[in-house]
Design a protein around this ligand. Sequence first.
Ligand SMILES: *Cc1c(COP(=O)(O)O)cnc(C)c1O
Length: 448
Amino acid sequence: MSKLRYERPVIKKLEGGMPNKFGIRSEIQTVTHIDGNGVKDLIKEYGSPLFVISEKTIRSTIKKARKAFEARYPRIQFAWSYKTNYLNAVCSIFHQEGSWAEVVSGFEYDKAIALGVNGKKIIFNGPEKKEEDLSKAIQNDSLIHIDHLDEFYTIVELAGVLGKKPRVAVRVNMDTGVYPMWDRFGFNYENGQAWDVINKIMHSGKAELVGLHCHIGTFMLAPSAYAIAATKLADLALAIERKYNHEIKYIDLGGGFPSKNTLKGAYLPGTDTNPTFDDFAEAISSALLNSNFKKDNLPLLILETGRALIDEAGFLLGSVIANKRSSTGRRNTIIDIGVNLLFTSYWYDHKITPAQSFTHYTEETCVYGPLCMNIDVIRESAELPLLNRGDHVVIHNTGAYNLTQWMQFIALRPNVLLIDMDEKPHLIRQKETVDNMNGMERVPEHLK
Ligand SMILES: *Cc1c(COP(=O)(O)O)cnc(C)c1O
């Protein structure tokens, strides 16, 4: 047995904190391995900080989501939301699992095409679709979700030039009882805008209206909001059928299911309280099956689920730089992970676990990142065991949005690993170098 590490004795004033459901003590456990790979070994080989993505977790999560919906509704299609995590390896796993691509920019559209996604299986959302992007999407028969009338008129014009009949859907925003309402995208249901654009499309004859779409918000904690959205889109689809004898092929309810993260200010951890895929599937399928669709023309149900499918598969590994005391005596721990890499720390109390054994003693700690900026706080207040310089930590549920919204600010972005089904690590994005950054810059002659 190796010699036990010395730990300094501590004397601490007892403080009455707010208990959580486990009492005053924290429930922290050490996490030394990710899918069979030692955290220390990974950091030694690939550096710190380090993003690690678990292929096992991605595949098991999408399977769980599919199972929840397929058990309740006969026609389901997932479309991977690229902006949630568009690393090519990650998108490829979702496409292998049968997901289409859901993109919101020309850049993301080109990425999906480069990955070999069939143009017919790309959903093109978002408020800015440049003419050249729309032309590509029309030529590839992609599904164009119209955001505003200016876009619709451009599509009509391009359809004439290209001699094609684009496949379009209308993005609808609506009151689902969750506020503030997301009404900046698409056309409003309650005030008649959505019905207006539907009539314009149907009368123009220039585009084929194939679907109705909404994306009512993100990290939604109320399955009932989706039931309301599904009912409103079903009503529109049935009204189109009555007036034009035209069948809507799909209803797309967007994304927005919560991951297992804990929102700031929440009393209980997200793992215990956030609704599950089954809860959402039950609400949505009941609403659609209870509407007046006939059995033979039930629309395809598309889901653009993002964060709920990838957050738990992402881990961010880092190291402790130092400990210090604040002016009031609070323990401050500085780690090498800042808000430039962990954008989502603005919204979540991310779970942080030590990667080595520790004493039972914990202390309320503020966890800072390494940036020279006051806002660089990863956790304002976490009950953590004492971490020492050089110790490692694992930050959990970091797979969604961090790898697309990370910033190159005063440092270079780190390596990203994928641990495959056989627990073998693969480097899927190389860390940046100074040459990468300087390579894009030009210094005018007179400044040399
Ligand atoms: C961002 C986005 C999604 C994914 O949202 P999540 O909240 O991550 O599930 C889906 N559809 C559209 C249109 C989006 O903008």
